[in-house]
Design a protein around this ligand. Structure first.
Ligand code: 16G
Length: 245
């Protein structure tokens, strides 16, 4: 058990001492990233404290982002995320961005197929009546770290067979010469909720970035309407600003 050095007899509130001992175990690597925390009962027995004390110490570490509770499976040591600096000047794809940093990407599929469009999709994509919409919903993962949830909608005209997108949507569009050349992107702050928090391995209520991208062909036609949720602790969006008139 990761409780070396814990001394119930020393001064100060018990739960804070227990918290510090657990924090030291995490920071020193004795409790490895991704490892499950021993059961509350075992920690309480071993430290000779009440389960309430253990719960308070663990709650504190969850609040500070060092531990993560996963419903039904336990409490885990959070893997620290190295932040990604993402320029806001180029219309690149996730796969390209990550490859440039030497990271290996994969996706877990949340949705992929042709559907009747929602009213919002019809408006955003300028769909003619009767046109279907292709939806590509993915949890995007780089080096085994989930970074974002992306849900893209495109007119079925541009993506008649969504099953063909295996790794990169933009690479697939490029084959048909319909890769977007311009996009408007809106970034706003949010607090992640379930089920998104679970997918992104974040605590409920942690900071996320909600991003909407509408991308266009050279002709001005909309190709893609994408709603994404990025981990707030993993991304810095950086833009160059120049003095204008
Ligand atoms: C980026 C875009 C997303 C686009 C995707 C294509 C943001 C916020 N989103 O992640 O709109 O669909 O790239 O990536 O930048 P892919 O070609 O790797 O599938």
């Amino acid at each position: 058990l990761p409780l070396d050095g814990f001394q119930a007899a020393s001064a100060g509130p018990l739960y804070l001492k227990l918290r510090q001992t657990l924090e030291d175990a995490i920071r020193s690597g004795r409790l490895a990233h991704g490892a499950a925390l021993p059961a509350e009962r075992d920690l309480a027995d071993y430290a000779s404290v009440s389960r309430v004390t253990v719960r308070k110490a663990v709650d504190d570490l969850v609040k500070d982002g060092l531990l993560l509770r996963r419903h039904g499976s336990g409490t885990f040591v959070v893997k620290p995320v190295s932040r990604v600096e993402q320029p806001l000047s180029h219309l690149t794809s996730f796969t390209e961005d990550m490859a440039r940093r030497g990271l290996v990407t994969r996706s877990e599929w949340l949705e992929r197929g042709l559907y009747h469009p929602s009213p919002e999709e019809s408006v955003m994509l300028g769909l003619a009546p009767g046109t279907l919409v292709a939806r590509i919903g993915r949890l995007r993962i780089a080096n085994d770290m989930p970074l974002a949830i992306e849900r893209a909608s495109l007119s079925a005209e541009f993506l008649p067979d969504p099953g063909r997108v295996t790794t990169s949507l933009y690479a697939e569009l490029e084959k048909a010469n319909t890769r977007p050349v311009r996009a408007i992107q809106r970034i706003s702050a949010c607090n992640v909720k379930n089920p998104d928090a679970g997918l992104l391995q974040m605590s409920v209520g942690a900071a996320g970035l909600s991003i909407e991208r509408i991308s266009y062909l050279g002709s001005g036609r909309v190709v893609e309407f994408t709603r994404s949720l990025y981990r707030g602790d993993a991304y810095d969006f950086v833009a160059e600003l120049t003095l204008g008139d």
